[in-house]
Design a binder for this molecule. Structure first.
Ligand code: C2E
Ligand code: CA
Ligand code: CA
Length: 473
């Protein structure tokens, strides 16, 4: 009896212990879950606070950012160090027009969010320009630190972005970097140097950065002046198109016009493209000029066809540089512009230098193909500088081959080159493309190309590049 009582007691106490034990474990588990939730919420809140802190001056525009830099210089002591980075999104203008403003703003916001992840705590970030984001980093960083940070920033920006349409996009950027050292003694200098560094980064290619140095300043003062002037020229509508006739030799009449861009500089007069296109290629404004020139050409062409109803075969051509053709959305951008007009695509020709056609860079080839699919004519420009070019023509589809002036000049004295031109003329007849001899300056050259049975000529002999009114365009 005693034994059984004892057994029952032991059993009961065992049952009781197990119950308490289970209760304790359960309580502990609940405690752990609650603590974890609080911890996560806390971390999240803290992260949001950090982000909010970093974004404190997000609402600041460029002016506000510049004022802040001025203030930082005013209160700076000898041991105060800060660095400013200016990041520019490549081809933002085109991104905006091809994807729409809403999508472009979203993309810029995503880039900004990504930058927040890599810049040090307490840094400031703001919209500097439509296509650029400025970052203010208030801590001492040596060149190694800056290099690492810039590398991280570029890597983040290059990560794929998914668009609203689920399409994927990779954004390219450049960064200019300046610290408050002896080369940038005040805010005005710092901000100027920032643009110089950025421009230098762009010269290096996509996704490159450049840290401002004195050598850079010496090298680029002149270019910076141009850079500022080009920005003013764009907003001041100082660019214009000249036109040069392309002559049909056997029909004895104008077959088309090549448009050639000019800058009506307020003090230097009319400038040729070699004075500004290379700079625009570096600053990224070449994308702008491409869209502008295409629009201006189509507007002029529309007027021409209205004024000359019997000249409906005349072709208007424009030049596209390899850099322009590298822009992945070029064809879409052109499609949008073209849709505004009612001109048959066969009356429009895109002139592309031969090496850009032959090199087969994927973006370039894809743009050329799309332009061709839209029905535009394609001209291989400046043909002949490479003797191997002839072979390259075999598997390409195009409409015109424009023989470079120097090539024509050489072929007059050089038996071998003359032979190449003769072969090319035969090949053109076979494949159905037209040949245009460039730089026909006098009757001697005219007679020479006529003898060779080259179909078309262009040059001062037929007419110089002039404002459209001069040719009643
Ligand atoms: P290009 O496409 O080879 O254009 C022909 C160039 O030869 C033009 O120079 C023209 O003025 C010049 N020229 C025409 N006939 C003669 C002649 O009989 N003798 C001589 N010596 N020269 C002649 P321009 O206008 O200075 O243009 C230079 C280059 O700039 C063009 O070479 C073209 O590659 C580029 N370019 C012009 N406009 C544009 C544009 O809107 N976009 C792009 N991407 N490039 C352009
Ligand atoms: Ca050309
Ligand atoms: Ca040419």
């Amino acid at each position: 009896m005693i034994k059984s009582l004892l057994e029952t007691q032991t059993e009961n106490s065992l049952n009781l212990d197990t119950g308490v034990y289970i209760l304790l474990v359960a309580l502990f588990a609940v405690f752990c879950i609650v603590a974890t939730v609080f911890l996560i919420l806390g971390i999240k809140r803290d992260r949001n606070r950090i982000i909010a802190e970093k974004f404190k001056i997000r609402q600041l525009d460029r002016l506000g950012f510049e004022e802040m830099i001025k203030h930082k210089y005013d209160i700076a002591r000898d041991d105060t160090h800060f660095t400013v980075m200016l990041l520019r999104i490549d081809g933002y203008e085109n991104l905006k027009s091809s994807l729409g403003e809403r999508q472009a703003i979203k993309i810029r916001q995503q880039i900004k969010d990504r930058l927040v992840r890599v810049i040090p705590h307490g840094s400031k970030i703001c919209d500097y320009d439509e296509d650029s984001i400025a970052m203010f980093i208030e801590e001492h960083m040596d060149n190694k630190g800056i290099t690492t940070l810039a590398g991280f920033a570029i890597t983040e920006c290059n990560k794929t972005i998914t668009l609203l349409t689920r399409a994927k996009l990779v954004v390219n950027v450049n960064i200019g970097i300046v610290s408050n050292n002896e080369f940038s003694p005040d805010a005005v200098n710092m901000l100027q140097n920032l643009e110089i560094a950025l421009s230098n980064a762009r010269r290096g290619g996509l996704n490159k950065f450049s840290i401002y140095s004195e050598e850079l300043a010496e090298m680029q003062t002149e270019e910076y002046k141009h850079y500022q002037e080009i920005k003013e020229a764009i907003s001041g509508h100082q660019f214009t198109l000249y036109y040069q006739p392309i002559y049909d030799i056997s029909a004895n009449k104008i077959a088309g016009f090549e448009s050639l861009v000019r800058w009506n500089h307020p003090t230097l007069g009319v400038l040729s493209p070699d004075k500004f296109l290379p700079i625009m290629e570096q600053t990224g404004d070449i994308d702008w000029i491409g869209s502008w020139a295409f629009d201006a050409l189509l507007e002029r062409e529309t007027k021409y066809f209205k004024d000359h109803p019997t000249e409906q075969d005349v072709v208007f051509s424009m030049n596209l540089s390899p850099k322009q053709l590298m822009y992945p959305h070029l064809a879409e951008e052109f499609r949008k512009i073209y849709k505004k007009y009612r001109i048959p695509a066969r009356n429009i020709c895109m002139e592309i230098v031969e090496f850009a056609v032959f090199d087969k860079v994927p973006e370039v080839s894809s743009n050329i193909l799309k332009l061709q699919q839209m029905g535009f004519k394609i001209a291989i420009d400046d043909f002949g500088l490479e003797m191997s070019s002839l072979k390259m023509l075999e598997d390409l589809k195009f409409d015109w081959v424009k023989l470079d002036r120097k090539f024509i000049e050489q072929s007059q004295d050089d038996f071998l080159i003359n032979g190449v031109v003769e072969t090319l003329v035969g090949f053109a007849a076979q494949k159905g493309f037209a040949i245009v001899a460039e730089g026909v300056e006098d009757e001697v050259v005219r007679d020479y190309i006529k003898e060779l049975k080259i179909g078309y000529g262009q040059g001062y002999f037929y007419g110089k590049p002039l404002p459209p009114e001069e040719y009643k365009i």
